[in-house]
Design a protein around this ligand. Sequence first.
Ligand code: ARG
Length: 563
Amino acid sequence: MAKINYLRYIDEKLNFEGAETGLFANSALISQNQLADYTVPCFKFAKALRKSPVQIADILVKCFDGDTTFESVTVVNGYLNFKVNKANFVKDVLSDVLSAEHYGSSKFGEGKTICLDYSSINIAKPFHIGHLSTTVIGAALARVYKYLGYEVVSINHLGDWGTQFGKLISAFKRWGNKELIEQGGVREMLKIYVRFHNEAEKDESMNDEARAYFKKIEDGCQEELELFHWFKDLTLKEVGVIYDRLNIEFDSYDGESFFNDKMDVIIDELEDKGLMTVSQGAKVVDLTDYNMPPCLIVKADGATLYATRDLAAAEYRKNTYNFEKCLYVVAYQQNLHFQQIFKVMELMKKDYANKVEHVAFGMVSLENVGSLSTRHGNVVFLEDVLDKCQEKASEIINAKSPDLENKEEVARMVGTGAVVFSALINSRIKDIVFSYDKVLSFEGESAPYMQYTYARANSVMNKAGEGSEFTVPPTLVENEFELVKAIAQLPDSLMNLIEKNEPSFLTRQLLEIAKLYNKFYFECRIIGEEENVKNFRLALTKATKKVLKDGLALLGIEVPEKM
Ligand code: ARG
């Protein structure tokens, strides 16, 4: 068992003079340079300590006088540089990884609850490629928070309210066929919905009819309400299949309609607190002072809005789950919406106003496909993307390893993994152009590359055996050391991940580990080496396998034992 966690060790030593350095979470890095294995940039503390980085570094370095944990601690231009004793470090880290149940997991978040609003699909609308990011980023965050000891509530805030349901009912009454919809699900609903739109463009009265139908749902008329629930059940059944494929579960499907009877209190409170103003018959919260358009709360016709329901939802979540943080994994197109409702919460002096956060992400488009619009029926279903990726994975595997057992199972893991990985490899705010060739490439930054590396490590273990107790050989090469450093960084990448709600921190770290392992695999012989070198390299292989498997599982990617 490792005696120390190096980062925490530095952190604790540096927490002096009442300065909250908080290094452990985000300051020290294992740099990939020759000067240091860990480095602490002292400019980070300049403000708190009211001293220059150079002065701070000169003071801090004295904390390590006579300390034999590090080979050297030196100061260079306001940076504190640590060089570890390589053999000790490697031994500590590997022992730690091999003895841990799940390396990097902790009780850090014990007793705290995170509400995670993600995927949040719309009823009777396609689960399309645009929902990929919210779904897999949200699920990855949920897993990582749990791994770090938090209680997580996964919420699918369904879009199950609004005039579009009036349109759908109107369309169904005109051209709908019960059996067809029962079988074809959302695709069939979409067909009549699109037809409705096209025809309503010529005949405006159809929209009035749709509004009247929606009013009937609101008023609880039986026939309309039954249709609405039927659409909803069919949609949920359909998306359930995709969630199963992605291994995702929600704790709550309380969507927009759930909040219908929970908005009055919010509206009253806004009135009581003097925050509501009337503008052209509508009730709004004026946000001019904050350079934002007004937040619309109640329309002139009395209808409530998306924002009203979100305000009610936040209040409900606070009362029900008492969250430490409530995260909304939603595309950046909704930036303004979240800025507005968060500002309204602040103006209402809600104690949770600083605990809500919009985790925004970029758009996904498909290579060689034009712009996508549900209303025109021009959409790419996520299900089709998953199927196609799986088919292509199957072709590749058939060509590469025709004798592999359970090829279909491997193709499933590879195909699904490729789609998931594509949404987690780059910082979430970047737009993604999805390309089948790219996500399925065995060489690039892809799931198959990671899975192949895992299977490679596994095959090494199968050929060479488990190996016995290891010691660090005197021949330790630079690449082995770098691989261990990358593994040692994993727990910190998880801490950084939750700080920024950025899953790519983990994905990148795992990719780095995989690259270094492959380099090691080609440069360092295992079988045929003398016993202590072989045992050490097997321990390194085993550690790599373990962190890849656990890390990829956090992202929602499975690994095959053979590939
Ligand atoms: N259903 C919405 C959409 O597809 C996303 C809902 C996000 N969550 C929320 N609480 N507003 O755009």
